[in-house]
Design a binder for this molecule. Structure first.
Ligand code: 4AD
Ligand code: MG
Length: 464
């Protein structure tokens, strides 16, 4: 007899069928005659109730069925008498696959998120994290489906790189050098010619530059992979290792880019609503009562589109009217999350796409506007999250791009291959990056980005 997943039993099995189920015990309760086991196998947030007639089983076996234990149960599916489930299993055979003693950290419900981070190796077994990680899988699947259906190619960009895409300079170095014996040249600089790659290398902060090489050949590509940032930001929205999706499309201008970003997010959120209903209902009940309303709102309403300069005017007016921000607002400032959230949550009460940022606060590759001051950037700002997407139309002019690279003192020896795209058949093109965990924060209603990735990496933490 083969095992049936609990999700399948709960959704389509008929009373009367014989079933074999395997999973982990959430609770066992009951009287001297009959026990009820809540069994979960990870396929659903809902448990399967196993009814055990104590008289038919060895008392030692029953005693070993503790919270966290792993068991296999054969039995008959029957209509349930109790409230809370349509069907339950009347056990005929129970096998203990793995005992679990009372040092198991997930004995009772209601642990704090902080505690659960300390037992991140076990937290997928909780209802909340089971729901989050099932949704995580579903979002990854929806992303591939969205792009595949629209003729994009999944383009794999390198994780080890010798260039710094965002120019932020906060990269994790990759080396096989003996750190106890670092040789320096006469200027005190570390010599890399004898390192593994013969040059200084790091973990990538973005696959965009290589993504542009793909787009200017295949037309439309997307990347979906891990990215790394060594910024020491201890916030609920930053990870040192996160996953990013970066579509890049030849011939798209900034408006096409905004349309793509809006369609893309709406598709993903709708996918969650259509395919993760049980998990979302659970999170809506336990974590955030407005979650499902917020998800529906995003799929049903057009995002506001607004130039940065107009956004600054709104924030300045808010300050004049008495609103207090922690960080100052002036034309040229990089918006803090509090400013982004004010625009989205209080002013427009709708997702906002802010465009045409000052060139000084954006990366070198963005298309320069005719005003000489702004670039064709776009950030998608979301309720609860702030920036969820960052992107732009790219500078396609070789001369303008080279001038900007020189102004910013970006070493040319690292950039020759990127400039070749502008030298050999350049074209208008655009793209953006969606932080996968930021999307998951939005879709799950979780408060901290550490709780939407199985094993978070943040300053000072790389456990498991
Ligand atoms: O705005 P960013 O830095 O843009 C880029 O990396 C571009 N190369 C994207 C492109 O045009 N292809 O990052 C893009 C997104 C942000 O909007 C945010 O959602 C996410 O990546 N992100 C982070 N997510 C978690 N932790 C961090 N430390 C993040 N930094 C950026
Ligand atoms: Mg950004």
């Amino acid at each position: 007899m083969s095992r049936t997943r609990i999700s399948e039993i709960l959704s389509k099995a008929q009373a009367g069928e014989d079933v074999l189920v395997k999973g982990w015990v959430r609770t066992r309760r009951g009287s001297k005659q009959v026990n009820f086991i809540a069994l979960n196998d990870g396929s659903s947030v809902n448990n399967l109730q196993i009814v055990v007639d104590i008289n038919n089983f060895d008392p030692e076996l029953i005693k070993s069925i503790t919270t966290g234990a792993c068991i296999a149960v054969k039995g008959k599916l029957v209509a349930s008498q109790g409230a809370g489930q349509a069907v339950e299993v009347q056990a005929t055979e129970i096998e203990l696959l793995g005992a679990c003693d009372d040092t198991y950290p997930l004995q009772k419900k209601g642990h704090t998120m902080e505690f659960l981070r300390d037992v991140a190796h076990l937290r997928p077994r909780t209802n909340t994290f089971g729901a989050v990680f099932r949704i995580r899988h579903n979002m990854a699947f929806a992303i591939h489906k969205f792009f595949h259906e629209r003729g994009f190619y999944y383009f794999h960009t390198p994780i080890i790189t010798a260039s710094d895409c965002e120019g932020a300079g906060q990269m994790f170095q990759v080396t096989t050098k003996n750190l106890y014996k670092i040789e320096k040249d006469e200027n005190g600089a570390i010599k890399y010619d004898d390192d593994f790659f013969g040059k200084q290398t790091s973990l990538t902060v973005s696959g965009q530059l290589e993504g542009e090489l793909g787009a200017t050949a295949l037309g439309a590509i997307y990347t979906f992979g891990p990215t790394f940032r060594a910024e020491n930001s201890n916030t609920p929205r930053h990870l040192a290792e996160f996953w990013m999706i970066e579509p890049e499309v030849a011939f798209n201008d900034i408006t096409d880019n905004m349309d793509l970003a809006e369609d893309f997010i709406k598709y993903c959120v709708k996918w969650a609503l259509d395919n993760c209903a049980d998990d979302l209902a659970f999170l809506n009940k336990m974590i955030d009562n407005e979650l499902i309303d917020r998800l529906k709102f995003v799929t049903e309403n057009k995002f506001i589109r607004l130039p940065y300069t107009e956004g600054i005017k709104i924030l300045e007016k808010a300050i004049a009217d008495g609103h207090k921000f922690e960080f100052p607002v002036f034309w040229g400032c990089d918006l803090a999350s509090e400013h982004e959230r004010f625009l989205v949550e209080q002013h427009f009460k709708c997702p906002v796409i802010l465009t045409d940022y000052p060139k000084e606060i954006k990366a070198f590759y963005m298309k320069q506007n005719d005003d000489g001051k702004t670039v064709r950037a776009m950030d998608v700002l979301f309720p609860k999250i702030g920036e969820i997407i960052g992107g732009s139309e790219r500078e396609e002019s070789y001369d303008k791009l080279l001038k900007r690279i020189q102004e910013l003192n970006i070493p040319m020896k690292d950039m020759w291959w990127y400039l070749d795209t502008r030298k050999f058949g350049t074209c208008p093109h655009s793209g953006f990056g969606l932080g996968f965990e930021r999307l998951l924060l939005f879709v799950t209603g979780m408060q901290n980005i550490r709780d939407v990735i199985p094993f978070p990496r943040t300053p000072g933490r790389a456990d498991f």
